[in-house]
Design a protein around this ligand. Structure first.
Ligand SMILES: Cc1cc2nc3c(=O)[nH]c(=O)nc-3n(C[C@H](O)[C@H](O)[C@H](O)COP(=O)(O)OP(=O)(O)OC[C@H]3O[C@@H](n4cnc5c(N)ncnc54)[C@H](O)[C@@H]3O)c2cc1C
Length: 386
């Protein structure tokens, strides 16, 4: 990139490191992980050694202390090989950052040393069976009993559910029967360990894509969680969840950019080679126009996404709107670009022998999670009209 949006030397260096890591440890194996539903635990550990598990955790707490543009560059580079693995790392970064930013010294000391190197992995638990888009309606209850909370409820669709060691969980500490306690203000955030008595998991969900990223329900039955495991004050949980997810949305958009870039590159190479009617299909104007639109839509989304990432780093007042706009555009454009690539591949695009169909499946979910793209429009619209 050149001009106003040029990446600096440090950003180019981490982008290069992530690209090399991806080419070596992810890209050659990703189709097999998808086929077998393999969770690449060893690769995550190796990514952790590179600092990719705690990109924006402060250096004094073991992270590499970079900003959200750098995180987007890493996530984007990894998604070029495997959007599912890249997104998994994104969620780990989000949950780990929440502990760094909102945990007290004791919580940070207990959990961050293992998290930053991805020796332990963290999930983000907001969604419930009855509350997806309307996240503030969550019902998982945490009742105070001495110096513990007693937690009961079910979290739905949790990435890393059953596999990860820690669950950064939004729970209701307020009185659900009151207006205050029943809404966003009645929510707190707890760090829950996999091995705490009463924690169990549903069977791994069978999904269209993201096969390398396990998803499961997390069930909590009378789980006793020390009050010391709370992030922030009681009632601040929803605010903390939303602070985490601003960065998560930028990251998931970045994962769409990486996947879309891969499919654009594959489509350029394929249409040069594939011949019909006596010429390369790249010579047809339709192919060129399609590639042109794919590249244009990708760069437009990328420019907005890096801008949103910078705003999240700076905690700009409009960061939430920009994160929502970038997530919406990058994931919608990413999905559309992959679909166009599949069309250019013809019937071969539909086969597992080629990578496009995996990216088509993997990127599809980015329009749904971390808030659906309809919810992104609600956030953007509300901010414009406030
Ligand atoms: C593979 C996968 C991994 C996930 N990982 C995690 C995770 O790690 N942690 C976590 O907490 N969650 C996770 N999720 C959950 C995800 O964030 C939710 O699925 C998402 O927020 C949508 O919630 P829902 O599925 O309940 O859909 P619903 O909220 O029921 O929405 C259904 C439809 O209605 C639309 N809709 C809802 N309300 C409105 C409105 N007011 N106006 C217009 N349209 C509306 C939605 O946009 C959508 O199209 C994951 C989901 C998947 C599929």
């Amino acid at each position: 990139m050149t001009g106003q949006f040029a990446l600096n030397e440090d950003q180019l260096a981490i982008q290069d490191a992530a690209r090399r890591f991806t080419a070596d440890a992810i890209t050659p194996h990703a189709a097999g992980w998808d086929e077998e539903g393999h969770f690449p635990r060893d690769v995550l550990r190796a990514a952790g050694e590179m600092g990719f598990g705690a990109i924006y955790v402060r250096e004094e707490n073991g992270g590499i202390g970079l900003g959200r543009v750098e995180a987007a560059l890493v996530i984007e580079a990894m998604a070029y090989g495997c959007p599912a693995t890249s997104s998994y790392i994104s969620i780990h970064n989000m949950a780990t950052w929440m502990i760094d930013a909102f945990g007290d010294a004791d919580v940070r000391a207990r959990y961050l040393p293992q998290l930053v190197g991805m020796e332990t992995l963290a999930s983000y638990c907001l969604t419930e069976p009855g509350s997806g888009s309307d996240a503030a309606a969550l019902r998982t209850s945490a009742r105070l009993d001495g110096d513990h909370y007693v937690v009961n409820g079910t979290k739905q669709f949790i990435s890393g559910g059953g596999v990860n060691d820690l669950y950064v969980m939004m729970v209701r500490t307020g009185d659900a029967s009151t207006k205050e306690g029943g809404g966003a203000k009645g929510i707190s955030c707890l760090v829950i360990e996999k091995d705490m008595p009463g924690v169990s998991f549903g069977a791994p969900e069978k999904k269209l894509g993201w096969h390398a990223s396990p998803t499961a329900q997390v069930v909590l039955e009378d789980v006793r969680v020390p009050v010391a495991n709370r992030l922030g004050a009681e009632g601040e949980g929803f605010k903390i969840a939303m602070a985490g997810i601003d960065g998560g949305r930028v990251n998931i958009g970045a994962a769409s950019l990486g996947g879309a870039q891969r499919c654009l590159d594959e489509a350029v190479a394929y249409t040069r080679d594939r011949r019909q009617f006596g010429k390369a299909i790249a010579e047809f104007q339709n192919t060129q126009f399609t590639l042109a639109d794919m590249a244009t839509d990708l760069e437009a989304a990328r420019a907005l996404l890096y801008m949103a990432a910078a705003k999240v780093t700076e905690a700009a007042p409009d960061k939430t709107r920009f994160a929502a706009m970038a997530k919406r555009l990058a994931t919608d454009n990413g999905s559309a670009i992959v679909d166009k690539a599949l069309q250019l591949f013809g019937g071969y695009g539909y086969l597992r022998d080629y990578p496009i169909e995996r990216f088509w499946r993997d990127l599809r979910v980015h329009r749904i999670l971390e808030g659906t793209n309809e919810v992104m429009r609600m956030i953007i619209g509300r901010d414009l009209l406030k």
